[in-house]
Design a protein around this ligand. Structure first.
Ligand SMILES: Nc1ncnc2c1ncn2[C@@H]1O[C@H](COP(=O)(O)OP(=O)(O)OP(=O)(O)O)[C@@H](O)[C@H]1O
Length: 412
């Protein structure tokens, strides 16, 4: 029966992983508090997603966990839920569980999910950022702390907070946190974590993409982790229709984008990814004069501006949100149906998977359009690989372009 359940939901688990739970109703028998199951159901969820089925018992067993599942498949609750079950009830210590997210937007969203899960109960959760850091010495009780690496390390370095009471640690979007941009901060933060029996407290890593090099790296941080994956590893979410759009020159992108909007190919709200903050500012400047309700999110915008923009987009007050890869990871916008546009070509298959994963979430259908020019030919192959793996037909003309790309490369 367990094997059949795993097969049905494409759950892969390393030997020794406890049996998955098939339904919310079965959860109390395996120690999940009744109030938590009630709250899960009152969110309108009829059954746990596959990653939740497997992660509740795996995390509640106390093991370290390395887990991957498609974008939008409910990974946040897959770690928050069992952590709350392990913590049992609100406590008196600081940061009993610590969730590390690569962006402030994602950290805030994780906290929102915590708030929904614990509604009606006296749990404490908060974003541990610079502001709360100033007051951090006064915060005694904190069940779940959510943070970004930079702020966390700053506060640890300045001895304003301590992780001595932390029992559960989650690296959300683990491959992003372990890549070059964040690795020094993660290394440093790990030196502040108390060790037991030579290892870290229960540590868990989650992402939709875990390339082999990250799995190796994770192996040096985690102790005998249970390895859990749903479906194909490093694949796009199954409910996203993926399209490629060839644009003859960079200048043609804006015209094509306007055309896509006009033809209804892109239906607002739309999330438009560009490569840099300069590109974001440039495109925003163009679209704002078209009378489109547009805004932008990139690293140069203040915290307040970013928060307001996310709020406005969520409330349906913006049609188009132009953003950098800052928004590629984890962010959950419910209304995006046919509106993820890669205006600038993603630099890696992982970035592509996460960007287009902003749509087609939680069982809803989605559509993503990726523009490319002759300058992107060299990167095309890995994205076409992801599309093929998802069962997309790669048109004949694309295959011809790939041949041309070889010539282009040779000509260089
Ligand atoms: N059991 C469930 N049934 C239906 N919807 C769910 C369930 N669990 C979570 N969701 C919803 O699914 C959406 C996606 O969840 P979440 O953001 O956790 O995805 P994710 O797997 O972390 O995605 P990403 O890899 O992009 O970060 C959220 O809106 C969440 O509330």
């Amino acid at each position: 029966m367990v094997a059949a359940l795993r097969r049905k939901h494409r759950i892969h688990a390393s030997p020794g992983t406890p049996d998955p739970v098939a339904s919310f109703d079965a959860m109390p028998q395996s120690g999940v508090p009744a109030w938590l199951v009630r709250n899960l159901k009152s969110l309108g969820f009829s059954q746990p997603t596959p990653i939740q089925m497997q992660c509740f018992p795996a995390i509640m067993s106390g093991s370290h966990v390395l887990a991957s599942a498609p974008t939008g498949s409910g990974k946040t609750i897959a770690f928050l839920g069992p952590i709350l079950a392990c913590l049992g009830k609100p406590g008196k210590d600081f940061a009993r569980a610590l969730i590390v997210d690569p962006s402030r937007e994602l950290a805030k969203q994780t906290l929102d999910e915590f708030t929904k899960l614990t509604v009606g109960r006296k749990w404490n959760g908060r974003l541990v950022d610079r502001m709360s850091g100033e007051k951090a010495g006064n915060i005694r009780r904190l069940d779940v702390a959510v943070c970004t690496p930079l702020r966390l390390v700053q506060m640890l370095r300045e001895n304003r907070i301590s992780l001595d009471a932390t029992k559960h640690l989650v690296f959300d979007e683990a491959d992003k946190l372990l890549d070059l941009g964040f690795a020094p901060q993660i290394d440093e933060m790990l030196t502040f974590c108390p060790k037991a029996d030579g290892g870290l407290m229960q540590t868990m890593m989650f992402s939709a993409t875990l390339p082999p090099v990250v799995v190796d790296l994770a192996g040096s941080i985690l102790t005998s982790p249970l390895r859990i994956s749903i479906g194909d590893v490093n694949a796009a979410a199954p409910d996203v229709e993926q399209k490629l759009l060839f644009i003859t020159s960079e200048d043609g992108k804006l015209f094509s984008f306007r055309q896509l909007l006009q033809d209804g190919e892109i239906k607002p709200p739309a999330l438009v990814f560009v490569q840099s903050k300069e590109r974001a500012k440039e495109l925003f400047g163009e679209l704002v004069y078209d009378g489109i309700f547009v805004d932008t999110i990139h690293a140069d915008r203040t915290k307040q501006q970013r928060d307001n923009t996310v709020k406005a987009f969520r409330a349906g007050k913006l049609w188009v949100l132009v953003c950098t890869d800052l928004m590629a990871r984890g962010v959950d916008f419910k209304g995006i149906g046919s509106g993820v546009i890669n205006y600038d070509f993603p630099q890696s298959a992982a970035t592509y998977i996460h960007r287009i994963g902003r749509t087609g979430r939680a069982g809803r259908k989605g559509k993503a359009i990726t523009m490319f020019t002759i300058d992107d030919f060299e990167s095309l192959r890995s994205i076409v690989g992801v599309m093929r793996q998802s069962g997309c037909e790669v048109p004949e003309w694309m295959l011809r372009l790939k041949q041309r790309s070889k010539k282009v490369q040779l000509a260089k």
